[in-house]
Design a protein around this ligand. Structure first.
Ligand code: ATP
Length: 365
């Protein structure tokens, strides 16, 4: 196992396109790091540079203490786990796991191969399935066979490129838990690429958010959620996404499209007495006032509004609340929209309420 260190890594493709624009990231030995971002942000390119399938235009890549920019993939001792696990259907589980060892042509005796495969299989709880073919395994077991192949090679790290994106939602959930469990048990350094923020938030020790080839923030899932460094990260992490509202500060009071709220001293000192601001409100930070106890209701800010559409999901009730924007803050919204590639400009609020809420479409609440 080993740490992986990226220093000012740049990738310019042959056609001149700059896909990765100077990314620096320290991945500790045994750490599970997720690379996440929208399509085209450069996350696969970054992973492929780490594994050696893509040249590094400039910057320095270290695995352990060694600079590996010019090393062939094989010399880096990394194990890539692909989307479809790339198992051989005609080979047994035993032979699938043994495959990378047999490729070394004579480096290991038959006894050594057997010992390594059996060790990997018992770590992965596959010892009872060694004679089966992949077709007779569950998705989770197949995933473990793919990891078994990585284990027998004593890889420095596991690299995953969207391994679950072809699976249906239920299986994806099961496999996610499986990967997390196995990674914790093995303690192998792992880099995992996904565009799925649930995977990003549940799997990793730390999450690196990329956008247009640039690293936006690297933090624990909770750190990203609670202290996003910019609007992009704030809007990207969280489902349903954070609401962005135009607000005006007038004489120390924050005027939102549906409410006026006195500002805390801390916010007042940061924003000043006047100005236009963007207010980020997580959907789950709203509640149906009718369901709150008096003490809690008084502690918050209550507002009356019209509800456009509701969606009942069993655990939550999402309510969509339209709002109007005054002319004065329209400019700020346009700026926000440019910053978020058109994702920011919304004229409705998404509110996640307790599923017991009786609010329905068209209500005023
Ligand atoms: P996705 O989630 O869609 O796979 P990604 O974040 O993994 O996206 P990359 O595959 O790393 O994105 O691609 C990053 C950018 O580099 C994209 O704009 C892509 O079009 C571009 N790109 C990828 N491969 C090449 C190539 N061989 N030549 C030129 N540009 C490329």
């Amino acid at each position: 196992m080993a740490a992986i260190t990226l220093k000012d890594i740049v990738k310019r493709y042959g056609d001149g396109f700059l896909a990765v624009k100077g990314v620096s990231l320290d991945i500790a030995d045994g750490e599970f790091v997720i690379l996440v971002g929208p399509s085209g942000c450069g996350k696969s390119t970054l992973l492929r540079m780490i594994v050696g399938l893509e040249d590094i235009t400039s910057g320095e890549l270290r695995i352990g203490d060694e600079v590996v920019n010019d090393k062939a993939p094989r010399e880096r001792h990394l194990a890539m786990v692909f989307q479809n696990y790339a198992l051989y259907p005609h080979l047994t589980v035993f032979e699938n796991i043994a495959f990378p060892l047999r490729l070394t042509k004579g480096q290991f005796t038959e006894d050594e191969i057997r010992a390594k495969v059996e060790h990997a299989a018992s770590t992965l709880e596959l010892q009872d399935h060694l004679q089966r073919k992949p077709a007779n395994l569950s998705g989770g077991q197949r995933q473990r066979v793919a990891m078994g192949r990585a284990i027998v090679r004593d890889a420095n790290a596991f690299l995953f490129d969207e391994p679950l994106s072809n699976l249906d939602a239920k299986l994806r959930g099961q496999m996610r838990t499986e990967i997390a469990r196995m990674q914790r048990r093995l303690g192998t350094t792992t880099v995992y690429v996904t565009h799925d923020q649930t995977e990003a938030m549940t799997l990793g020790d730390r999450v690196a958010v990329l956008r247009k080839g640039e690293l936006q923030q690297v933090a624990s899932p909770r750190g990203l959620y609670e202290q996003p460094v910019n609007l992009f990260v704030a809007g990207f992490i969280g489902s349903p996404p954070m609401n962005f509202l135009p607000g005006e500060v007038v004489d120390g009071e924050l005027r939102l499209p549906f409410a006026q709220v006195p500002l805390s001293d801390d916010l007042r000192s940061r924003i000043g007495e006047r100005g236009v601001v963007i207010v980020g409100l997580r959907p789950e930070h709203f509640a149906d006032a009718a369901l709150l106890e008096d003490g809690k209701r008084d502690a918050g800010h209550t507002f009356d509004t019209e509800v456009d559409v509701t969606e009942w999901l069993g655990s939550d009730l999402y309510a969509y609340v339209p709002f109007e924007t005054s002319h004065e803050v329209a400019g700020t919204l346009e700026e926000l929209d440019r910053d978020l590639d058109g994702e920011g400009l919304r004229t409705q609020l998404v509110v996640a309420l307790d599923s017991e809420s009786r609010i329905r479409d068209g209500d005023t609440a």
